[in-house]
Design a protein around this ligand. Structure first.
Ligand SMILES: C[S@@+](CC[C@H](N)C(=O)[O-])C[C@H]1O[C@@H](n2cnc3c(N)ncnc32)[C@H](O)[C@@H]1O
Length: 354
């Protein structure tokens, strides 16, 4: 079995690691860095593999890959995609009497067809293959279809298969009953925890926790960690508690209504192994100067509660300001990487207390 997985752009290598740890007999075949996609194969019991894939915390979607072919960018590409879809066996995954829809995606420039044309071409091929091979014609239903077929042209590679992860992106966790207006994708929270080097047993803190995404992901990942959340806004702090209850981890996530600029008063000096956080972005605050000020006041506070050798992974659109403030607090830059967050490319900066 082969799968196409999508994820947050910039985290493809993290997904590749999670796949290799969690999915039986898996081998990552191809990664499209910065575009949020990779292809991997897996072997073993089909149901177990699907269960393992649905348990992945870093992916956004997964497609059972049944067709892959080179196609042209010109109109002829549609004919080639039709042929590949017709021969792929996709139709045999649509149970008798069930409806289906094809979701088309085009990646790259210069195609002389649209994603809608691609979807309707693949839909036609699937119907024709079912009629000729199985003697019935599955109906297309665009809203709430029984089976969703994913079809994409990535530059000149056509890929299609069955969406096995559902249409709701996997980063939208079911536990989120309180929606923070600037919530972090749970898949990114997971990635940041790994980049911070967090391990089971660590004491982990999100000092500007909003609705608690980082803390809840940490609690779901690490059974014996102590996890703290701090949030200045009382409503968000209450929301983080609600989310933690909904995720059934409230006994292990302690939420404080407090200030990230005075963490030592709340938690004590040298008390935390990992800080993982998504402070407000300058762009969203409306004034980058505010963010600089926040970083200048937050960094000494973070450095005070971190143990020696402890790390802080911070996602920011104001990297230079963050690094300036970190230097003043004797936190040294360990690594940094670009990831896409909503419409922005931002940095996850990992700092270490030496
Ligand atoms: C981008 S949001 C965090 C969203 C969160 N990661 C989530 O997924 O819900 C930033 C949060 O930092 C909080 N904040 C801003 N300044 C703070 C401070 N000095 N101390 C604690 N929290 C603060 C804001 O109220 C806001 O909820």
């Amino acid at each position: 079995m082969r799968f196409l997985a999508t994820c947050n752009p910039g985290t493809e290598d993290i997904v590749a690691s999670e796949v290799s740890w969690e999915v039986s007999g898996s081998r990552v075949e191809w990664i499209r860095e910065g575009a949020g996609r990779l292809v991997f194969s897996a072997s073993g019991d089909e149901r177990l593999v699907l269960e393992q894939i649905l348990g992945l915390r870093s992916i956004h979607s997964a497609v059972l890959l049944l067709a892959e072919a080179e196609v042209s960018r010109g109109r002829g590409g549609l004919r080639e995609a039709w042929r590949a879809a017709y021969e792929s066996g996709i139709h045999s995954y649509i149970p008798y009497g069930a409806s289906f829809a094809v979701r088309g995606v085009r990646i790259g420039e210069g195609h002389s067809y649209t994603s809608i044309e691609l979807a309707s071409t693949v839909g036609d091929a699937v119907q024709r293959a079912a009629e000729e091979g199985l003697g019935w014609r599955p109906q297309v239903r665009l809203n709430s279809p029984d089976v969703v077929v994913h079809a994409e042209v990535d530059d000149t590679t056509f890929r299609a298969g069955i969406l096995v992860s559902g249409e709701r992106s996997r980063h939208r966790r079911r536990y989120r009953v309180y929606d923070h207006p600037a919530a972090l994708k749970a898949s990114l929270a997971y990635s940041m925890l790994l980049l911070a080097g967090a391990r089971d047993g660590d004491t982990i803190l999100d000092p500007m926790c909003g609705g608690g995404t980082v803390a809840i992901e940490a609690a779901l990942l690490f059974e014996s960690s102590r996890i703290y959340c701090v949030e200045l806004n009382r409503r968000h702090a209450a929301g983080a508690r609600l989310n933690a209850e909904s995720a059934r981890v409230s006994s292990r996530v302690e939420v404080y209504w407090g200030d990230a600029r005075s963490l030592e008063d709340l938690l004590g000096k040298d008390s935390v192994d990992r800080i993982v956080s998504n402070p407000p972005y300058g762009i969203r605050l409306g004034d980058p100067v505010d963010v600089r000020q926040l970083y200048r006041e937050f960094m000494p506070s973070a450095a005070a509660v971190l143990r020696r050798g402890g790390t802080a992974a911070i996602i920011t659109a104001e990297t230079e300001a963050l690094l300036d403030a970190a230097r003043q607090s004797r936190l040294r830059l360990k690594t940094s990487r670009r990831v896409r967050h909503g419409d922005l490319w931002v940095d996850i900066v990992v700092l270490e207390k030496s």
